[in-house]
Ligand binder design. Structure first.
Ligand code: AMP
Length: 215
């Protein structure tokens, strides 16, 4: 078993690409953002603890997120694709220790690069299906019927951290945590950057080639 990592800023398309990759390859998609949002919507103890932090666009503390991830990895049998984790150098180092202790390998680490000016428009126009998680965009990928998912008919929602204000806070957090993370993973043999400022199909083609090579 190996773990693969998609790194990139909010709005880089990591989530969209991860969903497509797990349809094509035997990978488990592990999005810490999805796990935390699920906890918030179910109002679990974890959800109540992180709700305000997430709505403000701040990062949840490292120990909480590491604990969630390691618990999931314990039960996993196939390769895992991380989306939104690790987010800090501390998370990356803790993950590395965990993987070494369990003899789990690190596969591809892909940085999805997108210029900053493109990201805000992507995030503010993003709408997510409350049923199946499909991702839409009001300008570039609108649903056929306003506010309704084409795939499962559930209502779409605007994430509370996808407002312009929360996005800017998330980018501030990102700027302060991402460079050390990039320096850490840039040294790993499976590291690669992909241009995320292209049509999603084109990005997907490049990621598929990479995952075919590393399968
Ligand atoms: P995402 O869906 O990846 O954009 O994550 C949404 C929000 O969940 C983030 O803004 C954070 O508040 C929280 N979150 C997700 N992943 C992490 C992580 N690895 N570390 C800390 N907070 C996280």
């Amino acid at each position: 078993m190996k773990v693969h990592i998609l790194l990139g800023p909010p709005g880089s398309g990591k989530g969209t690409q991860a969903k497509r990759l797990v349809e094509k390859f035997p990978l488990t998609h592990l999005s810490t953002g999805d796990i935390l949002r699920d906890a918030v919507s179910k109002e679990t103890a974890l959800g109540l603890k992180v709700k305000a932090i997430m709505a403000e666009g701040k990062l949840v503390d490292d120990d909480t997120v590491n604990g969630l991830v390691f618990a999931r990895l314990q039960d996993e049998t196939q390769d895992v694709l991380f989306d939104g984790y690790p987010r800090t150098l501390q998370q990356a180092e803790a993950l590395q220790d965990f993987l070494s202790s369990k003899k789990i390998g690190l596969g591809s680490v892909v940085h999805v690069e997108v210029p900053r000016e493109v990201l805000e428009a992507r995030v503010v126009g993003r709408r997510v299906c409350t049923g199946c998680g499909e991702i839409y965009h009001l300008a570039t990928k609108p649903p056929q019927q306003d506010g309704v998912c084409d795939l499962c008919g559930s209502p779409l929602k605007h994430r509370s951290d996808d407002t312009a204000e929360a996005f800017r806070k998330r980018m501030d957090e990102f700027d302060s945590t991402f460079l050390p993370l990039l320096a850490f993973y840039g040294r790993q043999p499976g590291f690669l950057a992909v241009n995320g400022n292209q049509a999603p199909d084109r990005v997907f083609e490049q990621l598929q080639t990479l995952f075919k090579e590393n399968a």
